[in-house]
Design a protein. Structure first.
Length: 660
């Protein structure tokens, strides 16, 4: 008791000091950095938004209804997602194949080859071929994942050798960005450079898959009725992506490499997936549940690992896929063709247990269940070769994502004639605004403003905190800062976020402006705290654009300020990223945004390509087709005749190396 009294005697004199400190004015930096949103709110909003936009697999009454739907859907995915822009012409090119040297094995041989996935882009590959080929035999397309060694990865060689020793053809090609193609400019997050140019980056992956299948089927001993595809992780994604869209694959075994977009949103730290797994607009047509159902009625084995330490773990990934696919297999009366296998070995693996599950389904469907077909994994570890032994020669000027994007960008944007006189120029502006609105998928958000407290600074600045709710979907935190009686207002966004914008805010306030310092989608306090850029590309996969969300939020805020009679509204931004979406907002909102000030803006969207940026570094910059239609000067024309002030940034946020 005495100790308690001593503590109270010590604390009581200090309590008034703490109370006074809580009400004392803060400095400007303190006002700007005060949190407005709840913990993890941006992440939760992104999870609800993305999960709620994923399409579901419709119910069908007859096989005919399903077949018509599946054929139509395949066509839409190819036309509206994969073969857009130059990719359509790439797909028409003839596949060129060059056979190289041959390695001898025990009962098989390995034939080296390279093929042209698209003009100028050659892919190395290996064909594992039985030594004594007689008649038609099954053919297996082996698809690789994110293994650094690519085709030289031991477990991949072991599987291919096992297949060849069982009398099957096994083709394995190098996945771009891995093995021999493991170079900076094939980084998968650089495929979005093609998207910016209006050509689908995922087309490179798909055409590499399709042409590999063409080569496998062109083998004189390949049985076109017994073609299988399999792979782990990214190889599993390649398996489902190709097999759902190309019905020449008759047996499918994806291993631990994909799940529903809904599952991905719920398990972001595990499953969101890279650029190729989340291509722009895929989710406007299908989810991976649809792609799984589109395997029906072909024999399918979904393999997942119970103790996967990477992704797509069995306990949550497989059930939604089975639930979507089973009714479709049931329409055909072939529910027993949809199988799943759960592996209980540790880690992310395609080890002996998973390989033996694959051999069993090959036996059951390609060999009529023949009990003499070996299903035990053969011990062939001593036959595994080094990467140097398996290496295939490639042209020194081989294309890659970055080279392709630079080539595509040379004649972009496709510039229409710009009228020089009114009213033709005004009509041209309106037509271009409509085009821009469609490209960035802009929205007229319904904004509801909710106050979240107030405070004052030492030098008489009053701060009012706002939660600006957009369509009950996104919440933009904002701090309104006023000193005296300003006649006009600035909406300020910066690449570093409002908490680090005190210098800019101070300058604006002392110039007589009311300042609304905001953090739109993905910036500052609105930054998603887990796998942020993967959520951004998922947003694009589901039909929106991060750039359009940001620009729409700024435009909505401007209209809200106008409704409050806050005086003429200027949109100001600091940094190349904030400047781009602010410029787009001003282009789309000619009434509420009266002027624009950009500090450190890009001079051209081609700088994104010249500096070799990735979607991981700045997701909103890779808006599909933006450079095809607009560059920065064309966007600036849509701001005219309103004032537009451009100033240089003090720091270069995007070093020319492309390595941030």
């Amino acid at each position: 008791m005495q100790s308690v009294l001593l503590i109270l005697t010590f604390l009581l004199p200090l309590m008034p000091v703490y109370a006074r400190a809580a009400t004392q004015p803060e400095d400007l930096a303190g006002l700007l950095s005060r949190r407005i949103l709840a913990d993890h709110q941006p992440t939760l909003e992104a999870q609800v938004y993305t999960g709620g936009r994923v399409p579901y697999v419709p119910l069908f009454r007859t096989v005919r209804e399903w077949q018509q739907y599946a054929a139509r859907t395949r066509g839409e995915v190819l036309r509206k997602v994969i073969l857009r822009g130059e990719a359509s012409r790439w797909s028409q090119a003839k596949t060129r194949v060059q056979w190289l040297d041959v390695l001898k094995g025990d009962g098989y041989r390995v034939k080296k080859l390279r093929y042209e996935a698209l003009p100028g882009l050659w892919i190395p590959a290996l064909l594992y071929e039985p030594s004594n080929l007689i008649g038609k035999v099954p053919a297996v397309l082996n698809l690789n994942g994110h293994e650094t060694e690519g085709m030289a990865t031991p477990y991949i060689q072991i599987r291919c050798i096992n297949l060849a020793k069982r009398g099957m053809l096994a083709l394995n090609y190098e996945w771009v960005g891995k093995g021999q193609l493991n170079i900076l400019d094939f980084d998968h997050y650089r495929m979005n450079q093609l998207d910016l140019c209006g050509t689908s980056g995922v087309a490179v992956h798909f055409l590499a898959q399709k042409r590999a299948l063409d080569i496998l089927l062109s083998h004189p001993n390949a049985d076109p009725a017994r073609v299988a595809a399999t792979g782990l992780s990214g190889g599993s994604w390649q398996t489902i992506f190709l097999s759902s869209l190309d019905t020449r694959v008759h047996l499918i075994n994806p291993v631990a490499g994909y799940s529903s977009f809904v599952t991905r949103a719920q398990w972001p730290e595990l499953d969101l997936g890279d650029s190729e797994q989340t291509p722009t607009d895929l989710g406007t047509i299908v989810d991976y549940t649809h792609l799984t159902a589109m395997l029906a009625p072909r024999p399918t084995l979904l393999t997942h690992n119970a103790f996967d330490n990477c992704c797509f773990r069995a306990d949550y990934a497989v059930a939604p896929l089975l639930a979507a696919a089973r009714p479709v297999f049931g329409l055909f009366g072939l529910q027993d063709r949809l199988h799943y296998h759960i592996n209980f070995d540790p880690g992310h693996n395609y080890g002996p247990d998973n390989r033996e599950a694959f051999y069993r389904i090959l036996r059951d469907y390609f060999y009529g269940g023949n009990p003499s077909f070996p299903v035990k994994d053969m011990p062939v570890e001593k036959e595994v070769r080094s990467a140097a032994q398996l290496r295939c020669s490639l042209p020194s000027d081989n294309a890659n994502f970055h080279k392709l994007a630079l080539s595509l960008s040379r004649n972009l944007p496709r510039r229409p004639d710009i009228p020089q006189h009114q009213p033709e120029f005004a009509r041209w502006q309106q037509a271009q605004r409509n085009r821009l609105r469609e490209i960035v998928r802009a929205r007229q958000f319904r904004l509801e403003a909710e106050t979240a407290g107030s405070a004052k600074s030492h030098d008489g600045i009053t701060a009012t905190y706002w939660r600006l709710k957009m369509d009950e979907t996104w919440t933009v935190p904002a701090v309104e800062l006023v000193r005296g009686e300003p006649k006009s207002t600035v909406i300020l966004t910066t690449d570093k976020g409002r908490a680090e914008s005190s210098d800019e805010v101070k300058n604006l306030i002392y110039q007589g402006y009311r300042v609304l310092a905001t953090d739109p989608f993905y910036f500052g306090e609105s930054k998603i705290d887990r796998e942020d850029f993967l959520f951004a590309i998922l947003v694009a996969a589901l039909g929106d654009r991060p750039l359009g969300i940001q620009a729409s939020q700024v435009a909505s805020i401007a209209r809200w300020l106008e409704s409050r009679n806050a005086g003429p509204v200027m949109a100001a931004a600091v940094g190349p990223r904030s400047s781009l979406f602010t410029l787009v907002a001003a282009a789309l909102e000619p009434r509420a945004i009266r002027s624009v000030k950009l500090t450190g803006s890009l001079r051209s969207l081609k700088e994104i390509l010249e500096k070799n940026l990735t979607v991981k570094e700045a997701p909103e910059l890779f808006c599909f087709g933006l450079l095809e239609a607009f560059d920065i000067p064309q966007l600036e024309l849509l701001v005219k005749p309103r004032p537009l002030l451009l100033t240089d940034a003090q720091t270069n946020l995007f070093p020319a190396t492309g390595r941030l």
